[in-house]
Design a protein around this ligand. Structure first.
Ligand code: NDP
Length: 499
């Protein structure tokens, strides 16, 4: 039996949890309401999920506050919290294959990516942050003999985590792992389109030993549950990944209520820059194709503006086209598939609108089109535009779909200027064999992550976040992520000097 066939059989019987997880138990929404979640690859109903609202958020926040105040998690021996999170990581690893399958069904992502993200990266994130717990210390301040002073970090309290649909369980792990490691209690809101893997976390966390009330997971609509989290006076911080529009709402909710800090990881319009001294290799072409088409381009750090020096242009375009023609679009459960479905029909149509706008504004289509096939799933083929100019809508706005836009430049300086000509600042890739230019671009680009001679977002150990409208000062990942969930306290002890 082929792997694809076996996956389809396993998918028939995969366990689906549709209830919220509040105070250590799976519960339906208090209103009894539900919302539908579809399989993006078939358009068929997968499940009816509990549609939580403000009453459920109040319930979860009361539980989270009680758990935080009783100290069983927030003030326990660090070794104990570490052991529990390591057990959680081990359980996630054990269930990795099943969760990866569920993720592929619920999000339309390929099973290959889901296996990597859900079965491998997610447990690794919990393990990595678990291991920080007993290795991060406060500081002692240089003072005169009249005082002894320390700076200590304390968990901030109850953290609201609002995550998107493009990497459902991975984005949840990016926020949950550091938040739990610091000792916070959390309220997690997954995206309505892709809640199913997050809803399996509660049971596994309880089995690992996370005390009731520490982890709460509330599915529901953004403007209902997300807004209730954003406005709740007893939630101490919010960490969000998603659109700039909702990021701005969350800043407003905080301003109008308890002025909680809001960590924002928003979108991008990231450049993939090929300089005069770049060597065009298979690895570079693979990186370029991944940068634009990985996850169907539904990636905040997707590099869709391919800015290429005139001397490299022809070869780069020819080899990229050759490679993209080989990408397989289709059934996410088939391990041979490179690109699955778009998350929803609405999102596919939104991306198709950008494709039409590219043509209307004069870009030339080298591959792909906005035409839809008659499949019931929400598929789009990869599209490559040539002759993209900086004023075009497709060059300025985040498309979040499988689109590459080629832009030819006459010099490396022109490449730098064009790359920085955007309101976003999340990521950039630069290719060159000239080490001076590599460092110059790495320093000059106003973005949170620069990858040189590769396309990479870094690792769990490196902070990830955006300059400009791509985010706030907060960072996910690395030791820096801990700061989103901690307060800094100064302790100043007066000493008798005997004078
Ligand atoms: P959103 O920003 O709307 O969704 C992200 C999360 O915010 C979801 O959990 C969503 O809930 C929640 N949310 C929505 N409205 C509110 C609100 N008023 N208050 C609090 N939370 C809310 O992204 P979309 O799903 O609508 O995608 C739109 C565009 O955003 C994409 O095309 C892309 O350009 C960008 N985007 C960027 C992402 C990134 O990684 N930076 C990720 C996703 C999208 P619900 O799912 O119920 O709406």
């Amino acid at each position: 039996m082929s792997d694809a066939h076996r996956n389809r059989e396993l998918a028939e019987n995969v366990r689906i949890e549709t209830r919220a997880w509040i105070d250590g138990a799976a519960v339906p929404a208090r209103s009894g309401k539900t919302f539908a979640t579809l399989n993006p690859a078939t358009g068929a109903l997968l499940a009816e999920v509990s549609a939580c609202d403000g009453a459920d958020v109040d319930h979860a926040v009361r539980a989270a506050r009680r758990a935080f105040d009783d100290g069983a998690w927030s003030r326990c021996d660090p070794a104990q919290r570490k052991d529990v999170l390591l057990r959680f990581a081990a359980l996630l690893r054990e269930r990795g294959e099943e969760l990866a399958l569920l993720e592929a069904l619920d999000s339309g992502k390929t099973i290959r990516d889901c296996r990597n993200e859900v079965a491998h990266e997610v447990p690794h994130f919990f393990q990595w942050y678990a291991e920080t717990i007993d290795k991060t210390f406060g500081r002692v301040v240089p003072t005169g003999p009249e005082a002894f002073s320390m700076i200590v970090q304390e968990p901030i309290g109850v953290a609201g985590l609002i995550v998107p649909w493009n990497f459902p369980l991975l984005m949840a792990a990016w926020k949950l792992a550091p938040a739990l490691a610091t000792g916070c209690s959390v309220i997690l809101k997954p995206a309505e389109q892709s809640s199913l893997t997050a809803l399996r976390l509660g049971e596994l966390a309880a089995e690992a030993g996370v005390p009731p009330g520490v982890l709460n997971i509330l599915p529901g609509l953004g403007e209902v549950v997300g807004q209730a989290i954003g406005r709740h006076p007893d939630i101490d911080t919010v960490s969000f990944t998603g659109s700039g529009e909702v990021g701005a709402f969350l800043l407003g909710y905080a301003a109008e209520t308890n002025m909680k800090p809001v960590g924002l990881e928003l979108g991008g319009k990231s450049p993939f820059i090929v300089l005069e001294q770049a060597r065009i290799t298979d690895e570079m072409i693979e990186a370029s194709v991944m940068a634009a088409f990985w996850n169907g381009g539904q990636n905040c750090s997707a590099n869709m503006r391919q800015i290429v020096h005139r001397s490299r242009y022809e070869e780069f375009v020819e080899r990229t086209l050759e490679r993209v023609k080989k990408l397989q679009v289709g059934d996410p459960l088939d391990p041979a598939t490179d690109m699955g479905a778009m998350i929803t029909a609405e999102h596919r149509d939104r991306v198709a609108g950008y494709l039409r706008s590219g043509v209307e504004e004069g870009a030339q289509v080298l591959l792909g089109s906005a035409d839809l096939d008659d499949s019931p799933g929400f598929f789009l083929k990869p599209t490559i535009f040539d002759g993209v100019t900086p004023g075009m809508k497709i060059a300025r706005e985040e498309i979040f779909g499988p689109v590459m836009g080629l832009m030819k430049v006459d010099s490396d300086d022109a490449a730098l200027k064009l790359a920085a000509d955007t309101e976003f600042g999340l990521h950039a890739s630069v290719f060159t064999q000239d080490i001076d230019q590599a460092f110059r671009f790495a320093r000059a680009l106003p973005v949170g992550t620069v990858s040189v001679n590769c396309f990479s977002e870094g690792s769990v150990a490196t902070p990830f976040g955006g300059y400009r409208r791509s985010g706030s000062l907060s960072r996910d990942n690395g030791l820096e992520a801990l700061a989103q969930y901690q307060q800094t306290k100064t302790i100043w002890i007066g000493l008798e000097t005997g004078k």
